[in-house]
Ligand binder design. Structure first.
Ligand SMILES: [Zn+2]
Length: 109
């Protein structure tokens, strides 16, 4: 009986973990409306720790958001041109937000 309960509990825990991860996967974009940036990424989990991969940045000061490279906006006339993007810091920032949101989803904070 105890084993049955433990197994059921473990199943529920796995289900809870999977549904929490699924919820967090929906947090895959963020917009900086003040500076005209859009960020998109894919969420994955490393031993239940949220991580971001495939991070893409766009400049939203155009009818269609333009992908940025390390030197900023690819349209040389744009005010975001020449503003370099630190992708390492961006990744750390996104992952910090992911970890915070994941704690909230799991009810830790
Ligand atoms: Zn631009």
């Amino acid at each position: 009986m105890i084993r049955k309960i433990q197994r059921a509990f473990s199943k529920n825990e796995n289900f809870f973990q999977l549904s929490s991860q699924q919820k967090l996967r929906e947090f895959n974009r963020s917009e900086d409306t003040k500076n005209g940036y859009l960020f998109k990424w894919t969420v994955w989990f490393d031993h239940d720790r949220p991580r971001a991969t495939d991070i893409e940045c766009y400049c939203t000061k155009h009818p269609i958001p333009l992908k940025l490279d390390f030197d900023g906006c690819t349209d040389s006339r744009c005010e975001n041109a020449g503003k370099s993007i630190n992708f390492d810091r961006l990744e750390l920032n996104i992952e910090s937000n992911l970890e915070h949101k994941y704690d909230i989803i799991k009810g830790i904070k």
